[in-house]
Ligand binder design. Structure first.
Ligand SMILES: NC(=O)c1ccc[n+]([C@@H]2O[C@H](COP(=O)([O-])OP(=O)(O)OC[C@H]3O[C@@H](n4cnc5c(N)ncnc54)[C@H](O)[C@@H]3O)[C@@H](O)[C@H]2O)c1
Length: 382
């Protein structure tokens, strides 16, 4: 049977533009879906570079103004892979133009902007999703499955970290194409929106709503030269953030993120301790899930390292043979597959914009608490 084309308009061809393009190209080879991803157009500001990208990845056409791409009749889906300050404006315009929208995380610069985005996609009735891709690393999906099955019993603790070390050099400038993450006007926040947002999304998904938080942040390098103005300017982002949280289910949590942990590049880890069992996951060893079950006979009781590669483990039947693992890029393939499956079944793939707003509300409460020095309640979506 002929597959229905979904004509994609990609905005931004950096790290995520490549990860998503790779996913669109692979998904139809590994998943049976009634849809086919068509790489219709890619948009970025530099015409020569965007043409080069289009040729390399197989996009049929290019644009240098995202507004034009969003209005094109031959685009069904707009994929937003640009710095955070552009997410809201593009998403709202795309919703008004009736496009399906996939948006990179964090949803927005803050929850107020996020609310406008949710209102826009819901008013337009367009399918929407945010790329919190770690949910779809098979070992992370398995962690969620084990918690949902009740294997851990009552959850007492959730502990997450996301550690990097790439901004320690005080001579690193802020802003511009390469270093927009250090410029608060483009990023909205530092590690909170960039890295902790991932940890928060996973935590909300596995362990439910967070009721309140108590946070501290630090900006270790207070001033950096701005790439665009050439002037030394105040740094407005948080370089590091640590917060305590209480989930609505009564469990206690600690979250920590920094770009100043020498020796760590992308160490995302989480551990969950329940009444009967515990789980631990580590992005550097992403195909493994560590599991300890107190109900095992004491003579063999211990942490087991589950190599998530079997056909009955999440997503793995679509790939190779048991024992052979997959990697980071596959989480994006899974996310596209689930999005397309959602179009087919009418059960939208998650996180939707509305789900991602929950994460944004936690980020807002974290940043507020860091300012006030008090526990802050997390706002509700509606
Ligand atoms: N899901 C994840 O794990 C993950 C990982 C990295 C980044 N992200 C998110 O993805 C988004 C992009 O991050 P990245 O790492 O790909 O950044 P990047 O700097 O590698 O790429 C950004 C792209 O946006 C383009 N761009 C900037 N302004 C534009 C404009 N006005 N019009 C058109 N194009 C424009 C740039 O040319 C570049 O191609 C961010 O929101 C980031 O938070 C998510």
């Amino acid at each position: 049977m002929a597959k229905k084309p979904i004509r994609i308009g990609l905005i931004g061809y950096g790290f995520m533009g490549r990860a998503h393009s790779n996913a669109y190209l692979k998904v139809g080879h590994f998943f049976d879906l009634p849809y086919e991803c068509v790489l219709q157009a890619v948009c970025a500001r530099d015409e020569a570079k965007v043409r080069d990208f289009a040729q390399r990845w197989g996009y049929a056409s290019v644009e240098t103004d995202w507004r034009k791409l969003v209005q094109r009749d031959d685009i069904d889906l707009v994929d937003i892979c640009v710095p955070n300050h552009l997410h809201a404006e593009i998403a709202i315009a795309a919703a008004r133009a009736g496009k399906m929208i996939l948006c990179e995380k964090p949803l927005a610069m803050n929850a107020a902007e996020g609310r406008k985005m949710v209102a826009a996609v819901e008013k337009a009735g367009v399918p929407n999703m945010v790329w919190y891709n770690y949910r779809r690393v098979p070992a992370v999906t398995l962690a969620k499955q084990l918690v949902d099955e009740g294997r851990l019993g009552r959850i007492f603790h959730y502990r997450a970290k996301f550690l990097q070390d790439w901004t320690i050099n005080p001579d690193l400038p802020q802003g511009g194409t390469a270093l927009w993450r250090l410029d608060v006007k483009a990023a909205g926040s530092g590690v909170t929106g960039d890295l902790l947002a991932h940890c928060i999304d996973t935590a909300l998904w596995i362990n439910g709503r967070i009721a309140k938080v108590c946070a501290m942040t630090e900006t270790f390098i207070k001033e950096r030269k701005h790439v665009e103005t050439g002037k030394v300017e105040k740094v407005g982002i948080d370089d590091a953030c640590a917060f305590l949280a209480r989930f609505e289910n009564g469990s206690l949590a600690t979250f920590e993120s920094t770009r100043y942990a020498r020796g760590h590049k992308a160490l995302y880890t989480f551990e969950i301790n329940g009444e009967h069992a515990s789980l631990f996951w580590d992005l550097h060893d992403l195909h493994r899930l560590q599991y300890f079950d107190h109900r095992d006979p004491s003579v063999v009781r211990g942490w087991r390292s589950i190599h998530v590669s079997d056909a009955d483990q999440p997503y793995m039947k679509h790939w190779w043979v048991p024992g052979l693992q997959i990697g980071y890029e596959h989480s994006f393939v899974h996310q596209v597959a689930d999005f397309l499956k959602g179009l087919e079944t009418g059960q939208p793939a998650r996180p939707t914009f509305r789900d991602a707003l929950e994460t944004q509300l936690v980020c807002d409460a974290v940043l507020k608490s860091a300012r006030t020095g008090r526990w802050e309640k997390v706002g509700t979506v509606s």
